[in-house]
Design a protein around this ligand. Structure first.
Ligand SMILES: N[C@@H](CCC(=O)N[C@@H](CS)C(=O)NCC(=O)O)C(=O)O
Length: 217
């Protein structure tokens, strides 16, 4: 059976976990924190989570893991659209979310959750980058009913596991949530949150986040 390593504190871990659940692939979860220990780097060369083990081989980077499970089970609850064009749209949405929304917000994670120092200028710079990313995302999405149009895809899995962290970081630092006024997105999140697997992943993420923050105090 496949093993998923990491912790539900990580949105990229939750992205892979939700993908496995929605595809209906059995897996077990094993806690792992990022590390630069040589033994860890054998499994995940950047020292990051998540990574998976399948038949004693390790695979890292959430996007690669999603492509791997899709090619293992192409017919089972397909999450990558079948046509090259639709698949490219799905990947474009994921890329915008991860590079231009998660990327900038991630720089403020230590300040938002662990009281690391930051400056109003830094928060403002991130805000400007996020506004640009949100504007790009608005050009791509469909919400018909899913984010890329059509059925649930990896773009939805990414949106619901990654974007709420962006909002959380900005509101925690007293900045403006770049997604709060986007009503169609908030309605779409409510629609995704009717799915039992989304509910499970979000509940386990919240519990893990609260325990993690409490352990750092
Ligand atoms: N591009 C990677 C990002 C993974 C990532 O940044 N994971 C974070 C936790 S959410 C991590 O391990 N950070 C530790 C580090 O950057 O050293 C993926 O998609 O898997």
């Amino acid at each position: 059976m496949l093993t998923l390593y990491g912790t539900p504190v990580s949105n990229f871990y939750n992205k892979v976990k939700l993908a496995l659940l929605e595809k209906g692939i059995p897996f077990v979860e094993e806690f792992a924190a990022p590390s630069q220990e040589p033994e860890f780097l054998e499994k995940s060369p950047m020292g990051k989570i998540p990574f998976i083990k399948d038949s004693n081989e390790y695979i890292f980077e959430s996007g690669v893991i999603l492509e791997y499970i899709e090619s293992l089970y192409p017919q089972k609850n397909r999450l990558m659209p079948a046509t090259p064009w639709a698949a490219a749209v799905c990947r474009s949405i994921i890329t915008i979310i991860e590079l231009y929304l998660d990327g900038p917000a991630r720089r403020l994670l230590p300040a938002a959750f662990f009281g690391a120092p930051t400056t109003p200028e830094e928060v403002q710079n991130v805000q400007a980058e996020l506004d640009r990313g949100v504007a790009a995302l608005k050009r791509l999405v469909k919400f018909n009913p899913c984010i890329a149009g059509g059925d649930l895809s990896y773009a939805d899995i990414c949106a619901i596991t990654v974007l709420p962290m962006v909002s959380m970081v900005m509101t925690t630092l007293g900045g403006k949530d770049p997604l709060a006024d986007w009503k169609e997105l908030q309605d779409y999140f409510a629609f995704l949150r009717t799915r039992p697997h989304v509910q499970r992943v979000e509940a386990e993420a919240k519990a893990a986040r609260e325990a993690f923050i409490a352990s750092k105090k």
